[in-house]
Design a protein around this ligand. Structure first.
Ligand code: JA5
Length: 250
């Protein structure tokens, strides 16, 4: 899968992509990321990419022509109509389902905003406008990296166990249960006894209870969309009744 990322800060994109699972995907050729410096698509001596907003107001707006030229160049090079993603707080919330769906597109263009954002006419060339959360950032580079990371995980060969990536996206809907590794005690902090018990049924039930407890406390909105098995539904009922009958450790 190929990504073209258009930015005025190429180093902000290149450095984080050098390491980790995504970096390995690029090294192997499973992923191809082309970082495009927006200033390379200016035609003036000072390589200006921004200008004052019509109607007045604070800050600057990204000029449309360099972006149109960048998209024309990418389209000419790739030889296909482009799928262009723009990140902004005005976009539709970007979800795990979006990440999986977009991983089926051979080639994505990510436009990184700066200043007060884009001249709205750029949206004529945008396929989808997405938000990664309800907060303001100084630019679209970090959201572009977030989207690339979430999408690239679904590309076959990027993450070791492909099936587990797919399974995760279906079976989740609850927050993860707590994880522990050795040692069994550190600074007086003990791993829950049930995890050392060897009782696999008890461990499974404990993990379900912990996942449900976390979800109920932190993200109750997720419960409406979660697929629960019979045991999880029973545990949830008990938690909602403020009871914990029949459970170890809690
Ligand atoms: C800021 C110029 O969903 C959170 C987001 C904040 C933000 C995004 S997405 N893009 C930009 C931007 O600022 O382009």
């Amino acid at each position: 899968m190929t990504f073209d990322i258009v930015t005025i800060f190429p180093a902000m994109i290149e450095a984080p992509l050098a390491g980790g699972i995504i970096g390995r995907g690029i090294e192997r050729g499973t992923l191809d990321v082309a970082v495009r410096d927006l200033r390379a698509f200016t035609t003036d001596r000072h390589r200006v990419v921004d200008d004052m907003p019509y109607g007045g107001g604070p800050g600057m707006v990204l000029k449309p022509e360099p972006i149109f030229r960048a998209l024309d160049a990418i389209e000419a090079e790739r030889g296909t109509p482009l799928t262009v993603i723009l990140t902004s707080p005005q976009g539709k919330p970007f979800t795990q389902a979006d990440a999986q769906r977009l991983s089926g597109v051979a080639h994505l263009v990510l436009l990184c905003g700066r200043y007060e954002g884009f001249d709205d006419r750029v949206r004529e060339r945008v396929t989808e406008e997405v938000s990664i959360g309800d907060y303001i950032l100084t630019g679209g580079e970090l959201p572009a990296l977030v989207i690339l990371d979430a999408v690239a995980r679904f590309v076959p060969g990027v993450v070791g166990d492909e099936q587990s990536v797919i399974d995760e996206s279906f079976s989740r809907g609850l927050l993860d249960f707590p994880q522990y590794t050795r040692p069994a005690e550190v600074d007086d902090l003990r791993v829950p006894d049930v995890l050392l018990s060897g009782d696999h049924a008890a461990i499974r039930r404990w993990r379900k209870k912990e996942a449900l407890t976390r979800t109920l406390e932190r993200r109750p909105d997720l419960l409406a969309g979660a697929t629960l098995d019979d045991e999880e539904r029973e545990i949830l009922r008990e938690l909602q009744n403020g009871r914990i009958a029949g459970l170890q450790d809690g």
